[in-house]
Each structure stands twice: as structure tokens, then as C-alpha cells.
Design a protein around this ligand. Structure first.
Ligand code: FPP
Length: 251
């Protein structure tokens, strides 16, 4: 069997379908180590990682999760070797080209979080096209964090609001948590209830710093290329056992 089998119907195991997180965010980590373990170049890990993203986005749609946000490329990832950066950008391009063909049928709409201005004009045009198409699609929303950093996102929002204050359009007192959210890349998207980091690393690495305030975290040792529907089930089942109090007390 290949990496994904569209005919196979995955049973949701013990997932309580009535208490699914609306929004799951994932740091797709471990591609490099997965490749190294097999004597392959790191780029081979990213290629499999992109396939796994497709599989998990489809599974989220199947489950009824409304938003899936993934960390594809951070503001710090430009420091990686040029061939690795090129491969990741190539995979994103390939995915967008594919999405343009299949979005109506697949019902997976796309949104990009991050500063896209350093991307090639070709990639920027594809982002615009997929964004426009996505507005017509009613399905799971995949948010792809690309040239994204949580601190950078907060700074940009603060600057945008400060500019409006300086122009006399806003007063500092008007800034509430909800209003601030509207200046973020994630404007209009509910905060993730569940953030998953596979590969054994136990840190956030500048991912969704504002949005993670009340998120539940799930860490596991699985490397992203080995991440499966069953791994996601395990994360959701674990999340469903948590007692989420949002600073209140147990009822
Ligand atoms: C982290 O693993 C992974 C990345 C920095 C890149 C993730 C990008 C993709 C999976 C491709 C994106 C494509 C689509 C279609 C969303 P790592 O390289 O840091 O792994 P390591 O810690 O084992 O070295």
C-alpha cells in the first residue's frame, strides 16, 4: 500500500466525534532525521513529509476538523542549505498546482500565514490564485505557515495598530484581545485547541505564540514522515481526556 489510500476508510478508533477540536495545529518535525536514518538526503524526508501533510489534511476533512494549521517554513528556516530551501519551496509549489486542479473535489481550502513577500513571483501568484479559489470552497481549511514566525506575526500586528493610532484612526484603548487577533495572519480563524509536535522535541519554536494561549499540547516521538491517521487519533483521544478549565475551576 502506498502512503495514502483514498479507498481505505479509517475508523476513528475511540475518538469522540462529538468533542473534536475545531482547529488542530501541527509542527511537522523530524523529516531530516527520518531521512538520515535511511541514508537518504534530508530533502527525501521533506518529500515524504509533504505526502503525509496531504494524508492528514484529508483525514481532518474526513473527521470533521474545521482547521488544520501546519508549520511548513519558519522565518529562521532560510538558514538551511539552499538545496533544502529550494526543495521545500518546490514541494509547496507542487502542492498549490495540485490544489488548483483538485480543490473543488477535495474540499480542502488553503490559507497561508506568514510574510510572503520574499517568495518568488511565481509562488506569490500561486498563493493568490489558491487564496481566491479557496473562498469558493466549503471544507476543511488548511493554513500553511510559510516564512512564518510567531514573534514576527505579533510585531507586525502591533506595528499595524500603532500606524492606525498615529494616523488618528484608532485609540490605544480600543485594542482588546479580540481586536488584536484581527491584525494577525490568523484573523478570523479560531485559536487551535490542540497543538501537536511529533519527533520528540518539546518546544514551540516560535509557532502560533499568540494563538496558543489556551491550547492543549501533544508531543510524541513519531517522526513526521511516519505520522499517520492513527497518530492523529492518539493525539485527539489524549486531548479529549484533558480537563480544559481556561483559568476557571472544575464544575
Ligand atoms: C521540520 O523537520 C520540517 C520542515 C522545516 C519543513 C516541513 C516542510 C514540508 C513537510 C513540506 C511542505 C509541503 C507542504 C505541501 C505543506 P526538520 O527538517 O527540522 O527535521 P529534523 O529536525 O529531523 O532535522
Amino acid at each position: 500500500m502506498g502512503l495514502f489510500d483514498s479507498k481505505k476508510s479509517y475508523q476513528a478508533g475511540q475518538v469522540d466525534m462529538s468533542r473534536l477540536p475545531r482547529h488542530i495545529a501541527i509542527i511537522m518535525d523530524g523529516n531530516g532525521r527520518w531521512a538520515k536514518q535511511r541514508g537518504l538526503p534530508r530533502t527525501a524526508g521533506h518529500k515524504v513529509g509533504a505526502e503525509v501533510f496531504r494524508k492528514i489534511a484529508r483525514y481532518c476533512k474526513q473527521l470533521g476538523v474545521e482547521y488544520l494549521t501546519v508549520y511548513a517554513f519558519s522565518t529562521e528556516n532560510w538558514k538551511r542549505p539552499a538545496d533544502e530551501v529550494e526543495t521545500i519551496m518546490g514541494l509547496l509549489k507542487q502542492y498549490m498546482l495540485e490544489a488548483i486542479e483538485t480543490m473543488e473535489e477535495e474540499k480542502i481550502r488553503l490559507k497561508f500565514f506568514g510574510d510572503l513577500t520574499p517568495l518568488s513571483p511565481e509562488l506569490q501568484a500561486l498563493v493568490e490564485k489558491t487564496n481566491a479559489m479557496s473562498k469558493q470552497i466549503d471544507g476543511v481549511q488548511a493554513n500553511i505557515c510559510l516564512n512564518y514566525g510567531g514573534r514576527d506575526e505579533i510585531l507586525r500586528a502591533a506595528r499595524a495598530f500603532a500606524r492606525e493610532c498615529a494616523a488618528g484612526e484608532k485609540q490605544p484603548e480600543e485594542l482588546t484581545e479580540a481586536a488584536f487577533g484581527d491584525y494577525l495572519f490568523s484573523a478570523g480563524v479560531p485559536d487551535p485547541e490542540l497543538i501537536i509536535r511529533p519527533s520528540g522535541e518539546v518546544r514551540l519554536s516560535n509557532f502560533l505564540l499568540w494563538q496558543c494561549a489556551y491550547a492543549e499540547f501533544y508531543f510524541c516521538d513519531t517522526l513526521w514522515p511516519d505520522f499517520s491517521e492513527a497518530t492523529l487519533d492518539a493525539a485527539i483521544i489524549d486531548y479529549q481526556k484533558r480537563d480544559r478549565r481556561f483559568g476557571g475551576v472544575k464544575k
